[in-house]
Design a protein around this ligand. Structure first.
Ligand code: AMP
Ligand code: ZN
Length: 465
């Protein structure tokens, strides 16, 4: 399997540190608002990478942080007259909901910056002890020039960077390229005690510390959006490698931007849609499918036209799966004819094509094209006269390949049916536990969806009113 490694600017064979295991860290969002669909791109892309690695048999330890202390969070808290912790908690919860609705699996661990301050203080102290950091008036800076490898990820060179800096040199810094590891608090800001000042950590240090704590000093894959290459990831490398004395991450993966009218979608530019906005117009499966129709390293322009076309493409897959499901109910067992055997061989070859696309730096666009070929083949070949085993193989194959991409290929009515049945089960359990208030609440919730319940001897029946 090959991965495009930003560190060396080429596709490289994936060789994990520990056989059969992958240690993967994905930089997560700053929780000061609802996430927009640009933020959703790395979530969907790297969740798909994780799912494919798991399908290939790797045990993936997947860590993704929430930055829950930051200037933007503090500003929002002041604006609303609430604490920064309240803002962070509200938007972390909302983000986890959005992730779940996009079928993004929860990380093995979702660390939060505010819960890892001790580790950050410890790493900053190590950097000071090793001469890679220094304190001035309560602020701790990283001594960028001391780290030999600075610039190896972004290809930037410190002298060029220095020449580009036109702003007045911060007189507390020894060098304009030095960056903050710890800063003293300002009035009204959340703060923690440290050997240098009551204050808070800089942003970059959190990922170095969390990655080290949950995955070890060397990891396989570190990922995020391409805007993180410099300075965030470059600084993470400088911190982690100086503190630990070993290579930080062997592979660096970066997704390209999601754009609107060819401009990066971003909160600051105001040209964004939140995941919640999109959920009002489309099932989030469509958003996921739209994203995966492009290669993750290609910029992707968002438009209603493209979303509508993603929606009808996805529907073609779902229709095929639904037809196969009906055929499964009527088909019977018989030996494979020669044509059946040929069909199965072609089906397997197309599955291999899917794997080959994914093995080539997770080319989800080509992988989806392979699924369409299978759908086309199954639609034209499978009938109720086909042997049941062949129908099952076809059904299972399409469902499995979609599942690797995190796509649930069910029609909306089927999803709704499942939702209704889950609620009915919950109501039954509530009644068993004599929690009649909850049972009534569920009955009302279902009524609001136009579902009428009928308690019969055989159990609960339901129909749409
Ligand atoms: P932030 O909350 O801005 O730190 O962003 C969280 C993640 O979303 C980072 O990996 C960013 O690189 C990524 N990101 C932000 N905007 C976009 C965009 N328009 N397209 C793709 N990725 C983005
Ligand atoms: Zn990070």
């Amino acid at each position: 399997m090959k991965i495009y490694n930003t560190l060396n600017n080429k596709k490289e064979e994936l060789v994990p540190i520990e056989e059969g295991k992958i240690r993967m860290y994905v930089c997560g969002p700053t929780v000061y608002n609802y996430i927009h669909i640009g933020n959703a791109r790395p979530m969907i892309v790297f969740d798909t990478v994780r799912r494919y690695l798991e399908y290939k048999g790797y045990e993936v330890n997947y860590v993704s942080n929430f930055t829950d202390v930051d200037d933007k969070i503090i500003a929002k808290a002041n604006e609303e007259g609430v604490t920064a912790a309240e803002i962070a908690e509200r938007y972390t919860k909302a983000c986890l909901e959005d992730m779940n609705n996009m079928n993004v699996m929860p990380a093995t661990v979702h660390p939060k910056a505010t819960e890892e301050i001790d580790g950050m203080i410890e790493m900053i102290q190590t950097l000071i002890d090793k001469g890679y950091a220094y304190e001035k008036n309560g602020t701790v800076f990283y001594r960028t020039r001391k780290f030999q490898g600075y610039g190896k990820l972004s290809g930037k060179n410190l002298d060029d960077l220095n020449a580009g800096i036109r702003i007045a040199v911060d007189d507390e810094k020894e060098d304009p390229m030095d960056f903050v590891l710890w800063k003293p608090k300002k009035e009204g800001e959340p703060s923690w005690a440290s050997p240098w000042s009551d204050g808070r950590p800089g942003w970059h240090i959190e990922c170095s510390v969390m990655s080290n704590k949950y995955l070890g000093s060397s990891i396989d894959i570190h990922a995020g959006g391409e805007d993180l290459v410099f300075p965030h990831h470059e600084n993470e490398i400088a911190q982690s490698e100086a503190a630990n004395g070993v290579p930080f991450s062997n592979y660096w993966m970066h997704n390209a931007f999601l754009n609107i009218n060819n401009h990066k979608m971003s909160k600051s530019a105001g040209n964004f849609f939140t995941v919640k906005d999109i959920a009002e117009k489309y099932p989030l499966q469509v958003l996921r499918f739209f994203m995966l129709n492009a290669h993750y390293r290609s910029p992707l322009n968002f438009s209603d036209d493209l979303m509508n076309s993603a929606s009808s493409s996805l529907e073609r897959i779902c229709n095929s799966v639904s037809n196969l499901k009906h055929i499964k109910d009527v088909a019977t067992a018989r030996d494979f004819s020669d044509d059946d055997k040929n069909y199965e061989t072609t089906l397997n070859a197309l599955s291999d094509k899917f794997d080959a696309a994914m093995d080539d730096d997770f080319n989800t666009a080509d992988a989806i094209a392979a699924i369409f070929e299978i759908v086309k083949l199954a639609n034209s070949y499978i009938t109720s006269d086909s042997p049941i085993e062949l129908v099952n193989i076809s059904y299972d194959r399409i469902v499995k390949l979609c599942d690797i991409l995190g796509i649930i290929c069910k029609k909306e009515e089927e999803m709704l049916d499942e939702e209704v049945e889950a609620l009915i089960n919950e109501r039954q359990n509530a009644r068993k536990e004599r929690n009649f208030a909850r049972a009534d609440e569920i009955r009302d919730e279902l009524l609001a969806k136009g579902i009428v319940l009928e308690d019969t001897r055989e159990g609960v029946r339901w129909k749409r009113s």
